[in-house]
Design a protein around this ligand. Structure first.
Ligand code: PLP
Length: 232
């Protein structure tokens, strides 16, 4: 068994245990394998183990991998910060975008999504940590943005996404995840047909699942520790 296949099994076991601990069904939590900085060969290896959904943070790197693996029937999620001059490539190549944090970017993606493809599946990213340096819309502005995004013709709003402040403080983490879940429930109560709460990474997937995550984004625990120099 390769390292990636063993790692994937271990991640599935963590997800199952986290679900069991809070009385949730493991099939209600989707696994997004975050392959940023890793070569197409690593994605292939994970795909051979049955993993279908992959996340990328950098547009150029992502589109190259998507092209290299065309025909493999994979689902590609863009999870990095998105600048307006890169929206066209994302609208044309990716299946999902998790990091919508302003209307202008959403409008461009909708206008640029090719007619022959299904609508682009999107999440609104919310800044739950309040750190000024973090991407994401402020929690108090999230509902207005979500409703505006839901009205765009070539996008389908699926839910909310957050990257909490990195911390070992379990209460602080639970508070940030809980804030995203609360916003998500408010939007659903207001009539938006959402089904995706994208939160939880390698070090905190258990707290995210306890707080209601329906999709966890896992890189390190599957592919190993990234070279810091490659990430920028
Ligand atoms: C890199 C990244 C991940 C994966 O993080 P790991 O700690 O490697 O699991 C998840 N979400 C986002 C937005 C990322 O940038």
């Amino acid at each position: 068994m390769t390292t990636i296949s063993a790692n994937l099994q271990a991640v599935h076991a963590r997800i199952a245990a986290a679900c069991k601990a809070v009385g949730r069904a493991p099939q209600d939590v989707a696994l997004l394998a975050v392959s940023k900085t890793w070569p197409a060969a690593a994605v292939c290896e994970a795909a051979a183990c049955g993993q279908r959904a992959f996340g990328e943070n950098y547009v150029q790197e992502g589109v190259e991998k998507i092209a290299a693996l065309a025909g493999a029937d994979l689902e590609w999620h863009f999870i990095g910060p998105l600048q307006s001059n890169k929206t066209r490539q994302v609208a044309e190549r990716f299946d999902w975008v998790h990091t919508i944090d302003r209307l202008r970017i959403a409008e461009r993606l909708s206008a640029q999504r090719p007619e022959h493809l299904p609508p682009l599946q999107v999440c609104v990213q919310v800044n739950v940590s309040g750190e000024a340096s973090k991407s994401g819309v402020a929690p108090e502005a999230a509902a207005a943005l979500a409703h505006a995004v839901a009205d765009l013709p070539r996008l389908r709003l699926r839910g909310l996404m957050a990257v909490p402040e990195p911390t070992d403080d379990a209460d602080l983490l639970a508070k940030q995840f809980g804030q995203l879940r609360e916003l998500y429930q408010q939007l659903k109560a207001a009539g938006l047909p959402l089904d995706t709460l994208s939160m939880g990474m390698s070090h905190d997937l258990e707290s995210a699942i306890a707080a209601g995550a329906t999709l966890v984004r896992i890189g390190t625990a599957i592919f190993g520790v990234r070279q810091p120099s490659v990430e920028s």
